[in-house]
Write a protein that binds this ligand. Structure first.
Ligand code: PXP
Length: 244
């Protein structure tokens, strides 16, 4: 399976919003990501609209040549927006107003009734639904029972592990979780905190189909340009799978 890259462009919008400017435009950035070989574009429309705006999602829906993946909280307002805009896929994420970025996976076991309903509404509209969860088999089983198409495994703990012992442990959790999810018939995605150094071992997990990466690519783009930064990550993903 060829690993696919979804580029998360929230941080382009963050740079725009800190000055309440009209640039840099995440729509322009998305085009450059596609030229660099991205297989899709991911945006997180947060309830507080701190970076991506409704206008961005609407225009992206019209102009993307690849896929639009909308990250959102499992709340009524966002479900209505998704049903209106019809992204190719939705990734349900937990959202807290005070957090700097998404801090952990969604607790599907705790909010299974809400999630089941949201998954049903979105899938009935032909939208693929993924759930962002920690690499935990019980959470994965519940995502399956909620009828999700995919899970996105939270790689944050692996990426921020303080030493080799912890990172080996977190990697083994990701490997086990990916295998379990794949066996259950779920599509397996992964993301959060992945960069040009830590991508190799995660990208080598054969069950993972898609990687959603944002911050490290946008940061590298400051030095080498966005198209090149994306192309370099695409090459690393393929290299890690022995495809180069
Ligand atoms: N996947 C999900 C569900 C996320 O919430 C984020 C962060 O917005 C990412 C992937 C990308 O994380 P990063 O910006 O650390 O690459």
């Amino acid at each position: 399976m060829r690993p696919r890259l979804g580029v998360n462009i929230d941080h382009i919008a963050t740079l725009r919003q800190v000055r309440m400017e009209i640039y840099p435009d995440p729509v322009h950035a998305a085009v450059l990501c596609e030229l660099g070989g991205a297989d899709g574009i991911t945006v997180h429309l947060r309830e507080d609209r701190r970076h991506i705006q409704d206008r961005d999602v609407k225009i992206l829906r019209q102009i993307l040549k690849t896929r639009l993946n909308l990250e959102m909280a499992a709340v009524k307002e966002m479900v209505e927006i998704a049903l209106d805009i019809r992204p190719d896929s939705v990734c349900l994420v937990p959202e807290k107003r005070a957090e700097l970025t998404t801090e952990g996976g969604l607790n599907v076991i705790e909010s299974q009734d809400i999630i089941k309903n949201v998954v049903r509404s979105l899938r009935n509209a032909g939208i693929e639904v993924s759930i962002f969860i920690d690499p935990d088999v019980d959470q994965i089983s519940m995502a399956k029972r909620c009828d999700a198409d995919a899970v996105e495994l939270h790689t944050g703990k692996y990426c921020s592990a303080p030493d080799k012992k912890h990172s080996d442990f977190e990697l083994s959790r990701l490997i086990d979780a990916a295998k379990a999810a794949y066996k259950m018939g779920l599509k397996v995605n992964a993301g959060h905190g992945l960069n040009y150094r830590n991508i190799f071992d995660v990208a080598a997990i054969p069950e993972i189909e898609e990687f959603n990466i944002g911050h490290s690519i946008v940061a590298r783009a400051v030095y080498v340009g966005l198209e090149k930064a994306v192309r370099e990550m695409v090459e690393l993903l393929r290299y890690s799978r022995g495809k180069i």
